[in-house]
Design a protein around this ligand. Structure first.
Ligand SMILES: Nc1ncnc2c1ncn2[C@@H]1O[C@H](COP(=O)(O)OP(=O)(O)O)[C@@H](O)[C@H]1O
Ligand SMILES: [Mg+2]
Length: 381
């Protein structure tokens, strides 16, 4: 695979304009990091108002496949990134002909489809659990027979926060699930009885230098990330494995930008779950616990600056604040804001809804157990 790098490797000067496809909270935090470094940001998003557009210099209000809008974006911007993986790969390729686009379309295209992702892992001898592509209901039985008796059917595309997936224990459940997804392309994964889940967020620059953030331990509730603990409470050997797998993957993809790699830990070994070609919810702790955040690294890699070496100042937990909490009787932001060493990042979304990510809180301190206890006290009150 050839490296996709600009002809001119000089970093963009402050004052340059960076584009971001998508206007959600990840775009917002990218924009905040960019403006700190003197860059202007142009958001492309179809919504009139969005968390990212609210804090950015420019907003192109259009669909992600609108060629005229993409041309305008390419004209306004010196480089473009994406904040979510479902941007059409054709739109990224269209932009790539005109300006640097990181991560490159080929990486985003793989991350958009769970089967492409899994094939990529297998082709590069990266650890992955038993799985099979399903394009027709007739393939379910044979695939299920090769697994442990419990499996997860996931739509190949557009799944997030546990949506578009179903745990199944027999063929009837599988057929019902496949039909309920509209008979679209799926992947069937063996159910992994993991000890814990971890992720590695890393950045790779145009020169191929890689810097990983510390390994994160992730706890999910109802398929949505609930809590992160960093450093992950797994043996050093497991942390090393996780970083090695993530770095090998980034190199194999010739990746440029910030990459998040989700993994399962089972009996002291890691295996890949999925990747995100962008900053990740599990990397939000970096905003307060590290010398550079994942968004700083996203800006740096996009602007052609070298990746920064990372130091984590203090152990941290990150708690996701969903609409569920905000809609609860008696919820008060102050309860979170008043905790010792807590940093609450609010995304500016107009309406709280069940399951909607509204904000997150980073808590820093040397005693992870007491950080967990103080969050617990606020959310159960
Ligand atoms: N094969 C599996 N075995 C066990 N648990 C799984 C499996 N796949 C997913 N999960 C659980 O569901 C969560 C969400 O699945 P994931 O594939 O990461 O999709 P999403 O795009 O929604 O994050 C995972 O973090 C994990 O907790
Ligand atoms: Mg996931």
């Amino acid at each position: 695979m050839t490296a996709i790098v600009p002809d001119n490797l000089n970093p963009l000067e402050p004052g340059a304009t960076l584009g971001v496809l998508g206007g959600g909270q990840l775009g917002r935090m990218f924009s905040q990091a960019a403006s700190k470094m003197g860059y202007k940001v142009c958001v492309l998003d179809p919504a009139e108002n969005s968390p990212a557009a609210e804090v950015s210099a420019y907003h192109v209000e259009a669909e992600f496949d609108d060629e005229l809008a993409l041309s305008n974006l390419a004209q306004v911007c010196d480089a473009v990134t994406t904040e979510f993986e479902n941007v059409p790969a054709d739109s990224l390729r269209f932009l790539e002909d005109k300006i640097p686009v990181y991560p490159p379309s080929h990486s985003v295209e793989i991350a958009q489809n769970r089967n492409k992702e899994k094939s990529f892992f297998k082709d590069h001898n990266l650890p992955v659990n038993s799985c099979a592509a399903i394009t027709d209901a007739s393939q379910l039985e044979l695939a299920f027979k090769t697994m442990s008796g419990k499996a997860v059917l996931k739509t190949a595309r557009f799944g997030y926060d546990g949506k578009g997936q179903q745990v199944c224990e027999n063929i009837t459940e599988l057929q019902t699930a496949f039909e309920s997804f509209g008979n679209v392309e799926c992947v069937l994964e063996d159910f992994v009885p993991f000890d814990c889940e971890v992720s590695v967020v890393l950045a790779r620059d145009v020169h191929g230098n890689i810097e990983a953030f510390p390994v994160v331990e992730n706890q999910h509730k109802n398929g949505i990330l609930d809590l992160c603990i960093v450093p992950a409470r797994v043996p050093e050997e497991v942390q090393k494995q996780a970083v090695l797998v993530a770095k090998s993957l980034a190199e194999a993809m010739n990746y440029i930008g910030v990459l998040a790699v989700e993994m399962f830990v089972c009996d002291g070994a890691v295996s890949l779950n999925e990747i995100a070609p962008r900053p990740h919810n599990s990397g939000h702790f970096t905003m307060d616990a590290c010398n550079y955040s994942q968004f700083d690294q996203q800006v740096r890699t996009l602007a052609g600056l070298p990746v920064a070496r990372i130091i984590q100042y203090q152990p941290a937990i990150m708690y996701n604040i969903l609409g569920d909490l905000i809609l609860k009787n008696g919820f008060e932001w102050q309860a979170l804001q008043q905790l010792d060493n807590s940093h609450v990042h609010i995304y500016g979304k107009a309406e709280a809804r069940i399951g909607r990510k509204m904000a997150h809180a980073n808590l820093l301190g040397n005693e992870v157990d007491s950080l967990l206890a103080s969050i617990e006290a606020v959310i159960t009150n």
